[in-house]
Design a binder for this molecule. Structure first.
Ligand code: LLP
Length: 425
């Protein structure tokens, strides 16, 4: 909020928007942040994170539920702490993410532990901590949890990750709910498995878990999955296996290109009817939907090179090392000038500086003629951006900045070559 000349408060839009041609984040000009911190650089809006978390929480408010933020989307400590302060639990996918969750202040009872290949050390860590649930992926894993828990004279709470054989209709690399995907136990094997472990001394089956995939923008598969899991819970009840929750994972997509996508309310309308009938507590593990639109990657134009066909390569100081999604999933991210100029439109391929032809951030884009030194913003990079960054070509990880109520803070500093080499002999 800002006040005008006669002191009236004016509500200004939050998040990333333009003020007089300049891209700002919650009223802070992005140019100012890069002037201090350089490029490449990730910037996040605390306001957007809070608004998006609350939108999901409000959409499900009529039903007992808990939102376990999927740390894999972005687990920088300050982001994890912010989500915790908003009331989120955590979904951790590795021992490292459990450690981060604890350091961010989550207590073990707020952590669900997922992952298709949990090591003995990770399972022991989760059991010793007494996390809320371990989402178990196979009969073998349940046996291992059982043995570890018996050794420790405890009973671990587990949920069975069910593979429902439902197509998420997303990119094949981020779809997880088909028989041919490595995740979970085939749905028709679940009753036998539950019977087998019903009286196990080291495990207690307290829930069913499904995660169909990510960047899902058609809610039909998610609705079908919720119906399937609730039907399965009834089947289990008839066998004498009583669970207390269903965990429907994450996956709600966002609009990368401006086309309409389902809202948090649409999402709740798709999932809640089946779940409401079951009376079981609902757990969700949203990641991208909360943090994706809350972040941008800022980068500077290093070179502009004609392709000889009227098109040009715009070479940025960020590439696949800072955002691998375009290269890995052919993902689209809007790319914009941080400050508009009055220049003619140009046909551009926006690429990174790495030694790979697939190091491309945006193909076939029309931009106001880019010039060396221009600042560019790659939009919607809050999720699966910084967390998937690498040091390929010995590039140093960019800093991350969080804008909160008109002030910005570096929440992770830029990596130095000494940081990088500190691990080496
Ligand atoms: N729960 C489980 C068990 C998951 O595997 C995932 C994501 C989530 C929750 C969170 O899903 P979300 O709400 O963020 O869609 N790197 C890819 C996305 C991989 C997602 C992996 N699992 C990308 O950049 O699109």
């Amino acid at each position: 909020m800002i006040s005008d000349k006669i002191g009236r408060f004016i509500v200004t839009p939050t998040g990333f928007h333009r003020q007089g041609g300049a891209l700002v984040c919650d009223e802070v000009p992005l140019r100012d942040i890069t002037a201090a911190e350089g490029t490449p650089l990730y910037v996040y809006s605390a306001n957007v994170i809070a608004e998006r978390f609350r939108a999901i929480a409000e959409a499900f408010a009529s039903y007992p539920h808990s939102l376990h933020y999927a740390l894999k989307a972005n687990s920088t400590l300050a982001i994890a702490r912010l989500l915790r302060s908003l009331g989120a639990g955590a979904d951790a996918n590795s021992g490292g993410e459990i450690d981060v969750a604890l350091r961010a202040g989550f207590i073990p009872a707020q952590i669900v532990f997922t992952g298709v290949g949990k090591t003995q050390a990770e399972l022991a860590q989760a059991i010793d901590l007494g996390v809320m649930t371990i989402n178990a992926e196979s009969a073998g894993e349940i046996e291992r949890i059982d043995a570890l828990a018996i050794d420790r004279q405890v009973r671990a709470r587990i949920a069975l990750r069910v593979n429902p054989d439902i197509d998420a209709r997303s990119h094949p690399h981020i779809s997880t709910g088909l028989k041919t995907n490595k995740f979970g136990v085939p749905i028709d094997e679940v009753p036998d498995l539950c019977r087998r472990f019903a009286n196990a001394r080291g495990v207690e089956i307290v829930g069913l878990h499904i995660h169909l995939g990510s960047q899902i923008t058609d809610l039909t598969p998610l609705r079908k999955a919720s119906e399937a899991i609730v039907a399965l819970s009834r089947e289990l009840r008839d066998l004498g296996v009583f669970i207390d929750h269903v965990d429907l994972g994450g996956g709600l997509g966002i609009s990368y290109d401006g086309s309409p996508v389902p809202s948090a309310r649409d999402y709740a309308d798709a999932l809640l009817p089946a779940v409401r009938d079951s009376g079981l507590e609902l757990i969700l593990e949203p990641g991208r939907n909360i943090i994706g639109p809350a972040g941008v990657l800022l980068s500077r134009v290093i070179d502009v090179k004609p392709q000889g066909n009227g098109r040009q390569f715009v070479i940025l100081d960020a590439g696949m090392t800072e955002l691998i999604r375009p290269m890995l999933y052919n993902a689209f991210h809007r790319i914009e000038h941080v400050e508009t100029h009055d220049r003619p439109a140009a046909d551009c391929d926006i690429v990174g500086p790495l030694c790979e032809s697939s190091d491309t951030l945006g193909k076939n884009r029309v931009l106001e003629q880019p010039e060396v030194g221009d600042l560019m913003a790659v939009m919607d990079t809050g999720a699966y951006g910084a967390v998937m960054a690498s040091n390929y070509n010995r590039r140093l990880m960019p800093p991350e900045v969080l804008v909160d109520r008109g002030r910005w803070t570096v929440i992770r500093r830029r990596q130095t070559i000494d940081d990088l080499l500190a691990l080496e002999a």
